[in-house]
Design a binder for this molecule. Structure first.
Ligand code: FMN
Length: 356
């Protein structure tokens, strides 16, 4: 099955990136995917925000925007799945083409612009088949005249099916969205979301996802605002507008958010900075450029309790999941530890001080 999927991977990389994505989701829906062969090693398990994660590796949002295949992704051996970004109403996103891939750079640029089927459709799907840990990433509609109300609606509608929520204020593809990272705006948003969550029967954890393009100078105030509002965790990071050291010049000229290997150092440095600013007290999800065992372990050492990936899976295929989990177990053994705890943030100082 893995060999078959290996062939599938070569085929997917030969297709237009958005078509390849559609085909990958379809093949999951039809049951053509490699299942994890054994249950997770207990040493990879963690209880975080009151949820029992069987392993720390999750699917980043954007792959399963419409909650079509969370069960299948979990079956592949991922410890959790984040669906979305979901907006209140369906929207078609930006004109095609809007997803670009550079094999030379092991990177993707996307300017999808929150194409999604809307919260109601996702709700119906999640009600039918919610299993394992399925987080819901919420956003504001492109033409919304009250962005905060859009996020509130996400919480009100999807609260019953969300294992946790991620508040996406960091997509570069919805004009003005990142302005919600300005502390005063963020404070107002979080206070409204808190009130919305308080009336839910299950009070799912609330996380905030940040852009890697926040400056070192702005980051402390943003993090302080998040902590002061009692947010349960921070996701670092979304895609970047930077175009550092790309080999493919035509690719580099596409507008949109860059993900994959060229994002790794920037996102990991910021993760370590957030870890230090929160003094390791808040669980962090490390995301951005994980495409190997080494990059996964580096994220944990920079301060992540949980990991997410997307672009790495595009290039490496699903066998990456097992490889990363085996490497994390080996790292636990090398450290003479029982679980991941002593590794989390072990190299945050070094990562935080790296030059950009
Ligand atoms: C095609 C594509 C679509 C994405 N859509 C979303 C999205 O809807 N919401 C979101 O929060 N992040 C989205 N992301 C960002 C990813 O969740 C992740 O933060 C980013 O890609 C960095 O991780 P990676 O290098 O492992 O891909 C998207 C990324 C890609 C490549």
């Amino acid at each position: 099955m893995n060999a078959l999927f290996g062939l599938g991977q070569a085929l997917l990389l030969a297709l237009d990136p958005e078509q390849a994505h559609g085909l990958a989701v379809k093949s999951l829906e039809l049951g053509f995917y490699p299942r994890a062969s054994e249950p997770d090693d207990k040493r990879l398990a963690q209880r975080i925000f009151g949820l029992d994660f069987p392993n720390p590796l999750g699917m980043a949002p954007g792959f399963d925007k419409n909650a079509r295949v969370p069960r299948e992704l979990l079956d592949m051996g991922l410890g959790f799945v984040e669906v979305g970004t979901l907006t209140p109403k369906p929207q078609s996103g930006n004109p095609l083409p809007r997803v670009f891939r550079s094999i030379a750079d092991r990177a993707v640029i996307n300017r999808l612009g929150f194409n999604n089927e809307g919260q109601e459709v996702a709700l119906a799907r999640l009600k039918q088949r919610a299993v394992g840990i399925v987080g819901v990433n919420i956003g504001a509609g492109r033409d919304s005249n009250d962005r905060i109300a859009d996020y509130v609606m996400g919480i009100e509608r999807l609260g019953v099916v969300a294992s946790y929520f991620t508040v996406n204020i960091s997509s570069p593809n919805t004009p003005g969205l990142r302005d919600l990272q300005v502390p005063a705006a963020l404070d107002a948003l979080l206070k409204r979301l808190w009130a919305a969550r308080a009336v839910l029967p299950n009070t799912p954890p609330l996380l905030v996802k940040l852009a890697p393009d926040l400056s070192d100078a702005d980051l402390p105030n943003v993090v302080n605002t998040i902590v002061a509002n009692g947010v349960d965790g921070i996701v670092v990071s979304n895609t970047t507008l930077a175009r550092d050291e790309l080999k493919d010049a035509a690719f580099a000229r596409e507008s949109g958010g860059l993900s994959g290997r060229p994002l790794f150092a920037r996102a990991t440095r910021m993760l370590a900075r957030v870890y230090k600013l929160t003094e390791g007290r808040l669980p962090l999800i490390g995301v951005g450029g994980i495409d190997s065992s080494e990059s996964a372990l580096a994220k944990i050492e920079a301060g992540a309790s949980l990991l997410q990936l997307y672009t790495g899976l595009v290039f490496e295929g699903p066998s990456l999941i097992g490889r990363i989990k085996r490497a994390l177990i080996a790292a636990i053994e090398r450290a003479g530890a029982q679980d991941l705890k002593p590794l989390i943030g072990a190299r945050a100082d070094t990562w935080a001080e790296r030059p950009l």
